[in-house]
Design a protein around this ligand. Structure first.
Ligand SMILES: [Zn+2]
Ligand SMILES: [Zn+2]
Length: 232
């Protein structure tokens, strides 16, 4: 009865009241348990050192032909199985209780690499989409990474100026590149900063490349990207 009532009030309320359940095995205690996390499909070499395209390393043909304006993108996992379920729950089903676990995944990945980061910048969503969803999942992730690493978050450095179609809805890399191009604007100086873009998933890298271009126009010394998972 109480559960039904809470469910009607929405997932956000449920998260606060009921124990967290693992998205993979339903075990109570956390949103993503250690067992399920250790079984996730890692992105293993060879992959592109710039856009993290799997099975095409050290640099994919697309990045050789036209190097994107980003120094590189890291993602610990492939977008499949339980991490895919976790990202979808976090993003589309209002399961915000996953933020600490997913943020920890990102922080651990960052610690295991030598990529520079003096400023965390969440990949922005268009204002209309934030209002629809109630939150920007990349911002929630960036805040968690900040708590664990002490690196500051620049929440309002980038804005999304155009409410373009979601990258996942487009079929080809060309369409995705065109869709992301010119959609982002840096509204704060980032002179000398080593910007680390934070997002949940990397589809082709076009979105992060467009963000990097905007940040570099405002003086960023380097721009890397970090996401939970990479689409194959
Ligand atoms: Zn589990
Ligand atoms: Zn590439």
């Amino acid at each position: 009865m109480l559960q039904r009532l809470l469910r009607r009030l929405g997932r956000g309320t449920l998260d606060l009241v009921l124990p967290l359940q693992c998205v993979g095995c339903r075990k109570e205690g956390s949103g993503l348990c250690q067992v399920c996390q250790s079984s996730l499909a890692r992105l293993e070499p060879p992959y592109c050192e710039i856009c993290a395209q799997p099975n095409d390393g050290p640099r994919c043909s697309r990045c050789v032909e036209s190097p994107p304006p980003i120094d590189g993108i890291k993602a610990p996992y492939l977008m499949e199985g339980v991490i895919r379920d976790a990202i979808h729950a976090f993003k589309y089903r209002n399961f915000r209780g996953l933020a600490p676990e997913l943020g920890k995944v990102l922080a651990e990945c960052l610690e295991s690499t030598s990529i520079p980061a003096t400023l965390l910048v969440p990949v922005p969503m268009h204002g209309r989409r934030v209002r629809q969803r109630g939150y920007n999942q990349s911002l929630l992730l960036a805040r968690e990474v900040s708590k664990l690493t002490g690196i500051a978050v620049a929440e309002d450095m980038l804005i999304k100026t155009r409410d373009s179609a979601p990258q996942v809805s487009l079929a080809t890399q060309e369409e995705r590149a065109r869709n992301a191009e010119g959609s982002f604007l840096a509204v704060r100086e980032s002179a000398g900063e080593a910007v680390l873009l934070i997002d949940d998933v990397v589809t082709t890298g076009s979105t992060m490349a467009a963000c990097a271009k905007a940040a570099k126009e405002k003086g960023a010394a380097s721009v890397w990207g970090l996401a939970l998972a990479r689409e194959a």
